[in-house]
Design a protein around this ligand. Structure first.
Ligand SMILES: Cc1cc2nc3c(=O)[nH]c(=O)nc-3n(C[C@H](O)[C@H](O)[C@H](O)COP(=O)(O)OP(=O)(O)OC[C@H]3O[C@@H](n4cnc5c(N)ncnc54)[C@H](O)[C@@H]3O)c2cc1C
Length: 393
């Protein structure tokens, strides 16, 4: 069993995509997930055409689009003046240009689409309550060492264990992620609670000094996803801590009343302090490699972290097929193929936060003037490197 099996640590979107991609190339995998059951947090996610190119490659394109809301445009609003700055139409012309839609999806629906496909495959062995602490390897195999003390053996190991990856600690050994100082609050509300004048079929972003607010419909318009972020120099990482509405409100007093409504109508707010990392060149340690947030965590400002994790899975399997039993060569080729594209997004996400989402005064005026001068085709041309393909050679 252990001769050719690939161990995948972590059953998030990235880990499941990798398992499915490997199965489509005839490779067996064991997914080791620390949680007692597979799942995702109850929030929305934006998916650009490159995510759907990956789902197509994984054979679940149709399933992934089930339950998705296909927005008409991506709207940028001025959170201080309250007016529309610009929008990117993502209707028919966009789909024609990039071959797939832009959509907003509930994370659980997306995760289920991948999980169901993995369950249907005889080549994917899904194991929960399997927290991996570290790995050891020799010239023939690799072993995942579980918190329980058990060992699971395979031919190679992929760390898809997210931002706080224990596998990365061994492969790269570069310490804790970088705390961005940006705090994000999330809420999902029934559509009837959303102010009527903001019920747009769009992914909308209100950009203001050191803050931005995002909303879009989800689950066939049954709910709205709200994500509001402030750059408040938060010093410590935090994940999903419940907070009061007052705690959210106090960071957004300087934005237009229309944008403030978003906070008033939110409920059960939860707080995250965002982290990312600088790009690194090497994600490979002989029979072990990294994927998704474990390899290249980024701020969510390009809405591409999960899209990259899916692409990683497809690319990894492509290289494993190409290099046959030389899994180290496959991992090196995968790393080489993915490093520039994902590193570019790690860097661009920080820049977008600073220069598009959070500027004030003169810098905000410059942003508005530049973005207002762009036509739809200007945007499409600038996004073609990202949306046009998944970057496989
Ligand atoms: C506020 C916010 C909004 C975002 N919006 C978008 C968006 O719109 N579009 C987009 O593409 N991306 C978005 N992202 C990014 C996206 O959520 C992540 O990039 C993506 O979920 C990463 O997937 P992953 O599988 O690599 O890691 P994760 O989703 O973190 O999965 C890791 C898995 O590994 C498991 N695990 C961890 N440690 C261990 C261990 N030691 N042993 C076993 N299992 C382990 C975890 O339980 C988990 O199941 C957003 C992120 C945030 C914070």
């Amino acid at each position: 069993m252990s001769d050719d099996v690939v161990l995948i640590v972590g059953g998030g979107l990235g880990g499941l995509a990798a398992a499915l991609a490997l199965a489509r190339k005839g490779r067996r995998s064991i997914v080791l997930e620390q949680a007692q059951q597979f799942g995702e947090i109850g929030a929305g996610i934006q998916l650009a055409p490159n995510a759907f190119h990956s789902f197509d490659a994984l054979g679940v394109g149709e399933r992934a689009q089930r339950g998705a809301v296909f927005v008409d445009e991506l709207v940028l609003m001025d959170a201080v003046g309250g007016e529309r700055i610009t929008s990117i139409p993502v209707g028919e012309a966009f789909r024609k240009r990039f071959g797939n839609p832009y959509a907003v999806v509930h994370r659980a629906d997306l995760h289920d689409a991948l999980l169901d496909a993995c369950k249907e495959s005889e080549l994917v062995d899904l194991r929960v309550s399997s927290k991996v602490e570290r790995y050891e390897q020799d010239n023939k195999s690799v072993r995942a060492i579980l918190a329980s003390g058990n060992k699971v053996s395979g031919a190679a190991l992929v760390g898809a264990d997210g931002l706080w990856s224990s596998i990365r600690a061994q492969v790269v050994n570069d310490g804790a992620p970088v705390v961005s100082g940006h705090t994000t609050f999330r809420s999902v509300i029934p559509t009837e609670r959303m102010p009527e004048d903001l019920r747009w079929n769009a992914a909308t972003l209100w950009a203001g000094p050191k803050v931005h607010l995002v909303h879009y419909p989800l689950k066939g318009w049954k709910v709205f996803n709200l994500v509001v972020t402030c750059h408040n120099d938060a010093p410590e990482p935090v994940t999903g801590k419940p907070v009061s509405k007052d705690e959210v409100r106090k960071h957004f007093r300087h934005v237009h009343p229309r944008a403030q409504q978003i906070i008033e109508h939110g409920e059960d707010w939860k707080l995250w302090v965002l982290c990312d990392r600088e790009p690194v060149q090497n994600w490979v340690d002989r029979r072990a490699t990294l994927l998704g947030d474990a390899a290249h965590p980024m701020l969510q400002y390009f809405a591409q972290g999960a899209c990259m994790a899916l692409e990683d899975g497809v690319c990894l399997a492509h290289m494993v097929e190409r290099h046959g039993d030389d899994l180290n060569a496959a991992f090196v080729a995968y790393n080489k193929q993915r490093a520039t594209r994902t590193g570019r997004l790690q860097m661009a996400s920080r820049l977008v936060g600073e220069y598009v989402f959070h500027p004030a005064l003169a810098k905000a005026d410059v942003r508005n003037a530049i973005l207002r001068s762009f036509s739809a085709n200007d945007y499409y041309d600038r996004l073609a490197w990202l949306y046009g393909s998944i970057g496989l050679d």
